[in-house]
Design a protein around this ligand. Structure first.
Ligand SMILES: C[S@@+](CC[C@H](N)C(=O)[O-])C[C@H]1O[C@@H](n2cnc3c(N)ncnc32)[C@H](O)[C@@H]1O
Length: 203
């Protein structure tokens, strides 16, 4: 089990988001959950928010919880293509900080992404462009790094307009993403308790 709540809505997160969105026109999120964590903080910035959740029950609850925010569009969607997700999980060694979700992470995460959704490849749809965006990656532990690699595959001139935020940076979800950003010489900032990180991408 994670030793902190699934929802990310701390005062520190709120303050960091308020600062980062000053230079962004919109926010893209993977992993809405029930809409009462990070998504609510994003909603309250007044910026456009496009958020994706692959679990129908969570999506339904999130839609109710976010109803009052006209700037938010919650989608029942997958961040990446399902086959790519399954392929990524199939070859994942799960030898990093992994077993907080299940002792069978491979099947656990495959089940998590198995539902029929409105659309797949949401990251490509929303983020593969030159728009000024805050991109927050917070979906399944097992596929966080796949989402990071997808975003980093976009053109450098696009990425220069993006601020990347990552949750669970001490776990399998994004420990490699942070290591990769540091290896690339990107200016990575870590939250007080090393739970989340952010970075203005620069190329
Ligand atoms: C850690 S929770 C998100 C927490 C949320 N950001 C908050 O602060 O309240 C992860 C969510 O991502 C969803 N999810 C997992 N894989 C996904 C994917 N590939 N695309 C979209 N949603 C995904 C799960 O169903 C789960 O509800």
């Amino acid at each position: 089990m994670l030793d902190y709540p699934i929802q990310l809505n701390t005062l520190e997160f709120k303050a960091v988001v308020a600062d980062l969105v000053k230079n962004c026109d919109e926010i893209i999120e993977t992993g809405t959950f029930q809409g009462n964590g990070s998504t609510k903080i994003f909603a309250e910035t007044g910026k456009y928010v496009f958020t994706m959740e692959c679990n129908a029950v969570n999506h339904h609850i999130a839609s109710q919880n976010l109803m009052q925010y006209q700037n938010v569009a919650p989608f029942h969607a997958l961040s990446l293509g399902r086959e790519d997700l399954i392929r990524f999980l199939m070859h994942e060694k799960f030898d990093l900080q992994t077993n907080y979700d299940s002792v069978y992470p491979k099947t656990f995460y495959m089940r998590e992404i198995g539902e029929r959704v409105l659309f797949e490849n949401g990251l490509d749809l929303f983020c593969n462009n030159d728009r000024k965006q805050l991109i927050f990656l917070d979906s399944a532990g097992g596929v966080g790094y796949a989402e990071f690699l997808e975003v980093m595959s976009y053109k450098p001139e696009y990425l220069n307009n993006k601020v990347l935020m990552l949750d669970d940076v001490q776990h399998i979800k994004h420990c490699r993403s942070v290591a990769k950003l540091l290896e690339m010489g990107q200016d990575v900032h870590l939250s007080a308790e090393n739970r989340f990180a952010w970075c203005y991408l620069k190329f």
